[in-house]
Design a protein around this ligand. Structure first.
Ligand code: LMR
Length: 391
């Protein structure tokens, strides 16, 4: 039976990492998968994470199950990190942000939703996650790559025109992946109005909090949206904000004003997780819980996250200046936020840059700006100017 299977293609984004590792070029630059790197090219374990881990090693007395919903203190502290004080939600711990999105998708299906609207380009895995849960994915263009411009008006009118009550709409909380585009307050407000008018459920993917302009300011649009709409789902990841990538730490939260509905929502989220992987892994959540509930660790973690953001911002300024020689629109890289920007380069040039210059980026033209340091930046700008048919 198994012989009848055809081979699945490797994930094109994740496949870049082994290719990069195998490249003997000493000047190679990895602008692929979205992990933060410091000036020395390392993805460091946050100091606060190390200290939390030492504390856990010292004090943890058992590895017995925590329970299917995960660590309640983590779930609550992480919700306050994302949503601020005083907002109610049914939350469960998940296997990273992807696990949170998958549980969100399954919950939508169970609630009678059958479609989700995705603005494109979006994270390369979004479609697959929602489709795997049986939702139909409706895409609409939301970014002009050559002009580096969010298509805000078009986005609102397409959704207002096509969406039906019970449909869901995916939004990026901040630091849009892959474009870095910033959705202004007026567009967030317009999205909230469309969601209200049409009876849509916003699903907000929050994976880069702290990498835009700050922990609180990055979460502000999401918080205002939660105050406006009666029901929403937030899929939150600790991978980047706490540097816990491989620990697969996240949580999904569904909001409702009714405590009875929240209780039902939580029961469904727990049941979906139980049927998929039984219970979430503990370690990353225990680390986040330890940091968020200890004022000293929390301050140290915030300082390190702030430093990471400042480093990315300075790389953005350098890149924007260098690349705006090729296309004035690329000056926008300086004001875009988070790890990514999307360059208007065709695939042939991207492969050429990889083979000739050791610069690795996915064929979409997305670059992980957090993968760049100040010694590599001039060479990368020069190579992009030499090889890339931008504009
Ligand atoms: C990315 O977009 O590079 C990250 O979110 C890693 C991933 O899983 O794709």
């Amino acid at each position: 039976m198994f012989e009848t299977l055809s081979r699945e293609a490797d994930d094109p984004l994740l496949a870049l990492t082994p290719l990069f590792r195998a490249d003997p070029n000493p000047a190679k630059v990895d602008l692929g998968v979205g992990v933060y790197r410091d000036e020395l090219g390392r993805t460091p374990v946050f100091r606060a994470v190390k200290r939390a881990e030492a504390h856990l090693l010292e004090t943890q007395e058992t590895k017995a199950y925590v329970g299917p919903e995960g660590d309640r203190t983590f779930i609550e502290a992480f919700w306050t990190f994302v949503a601020g004080e005083g907002r109610h939600a049914a939350g469960v711990q998940t296997v990273g942000g992807t696990g949170a999105l998958r549980l969100a998708a399954e919950l939508l299906r169970r609630s009678g939703s059958s479609r989700i609207f995705l603005g494109t380009p979006t994270w390369s895995n979004h479609s697959a996650i929602f489709a795997a849960a049986g939702l139909s994915v409706v895409t609409y263009p939301s970014f002009d790559v050559a002009g580096q411009r969010l298509l805000a008006g078009e986005m609102i009118s397409v959704v207002a025109d096509k969406a039906q009550p019970g449909d869901a709409i995916l939004l990026h909380a901040s630091c849009h992946n892959p474009t870095g585009a910033v959705m202004d307050d007026a567009t967030w407000a317009a999205v909230a109005e469309v969601a209200l008018e049409k009876g849509l459920v916003p699903v907000i993917d929050s994976a880069y909090q702290g990498f835009g302009t700050g922990i609180e300011s990055d979460a502000a649009p999401l918080r205002r949206l939660l105050d406006r709409v009666p029901e929403a789902i937030v899929a939150a990841s600790a991978s980047k904000s706490f540097g816990l990538y491989r620990e697969r730490t996240g949580a999904v939260y569904a909001t409702s004003a009714s405590p009875e509905t929240r209780d039902k929502l939580k029961s469904h989220l727990v049941t979906i997780g139980r049927g998929a992987y039984s219970m979430p892994p503990d370690h990353g959540a225990a680390v986040v819980r330890t940091i968020l509930t200890d004022p000293e660790l929390r301050t140290d973690w915030r300082t390190e996250l702030d430093d990471a953001r400042k480093r990315i911002t300075s790389m953005r300024t350098i890149l924007a200046k260098g690349l705006s020689r090729l296309s004035p629109a690329l000056a926008a890289i300086a004001t875009q936020q988070g790890m990514f920007s999307l360059l208007p380069i065709d695939e042939t040039r991207i492969v050429e840059l990889r083979h000739r210059r050791g610069i690795y980026m996915p064929l979409s033209g997305r670059i992980n700006i957090a993968g760049l340091n100040s010694s590599q930046a001039p060479g990368v700008i020069e190579a992009l100017c030499a090889h890339a048919a931008l504009g």
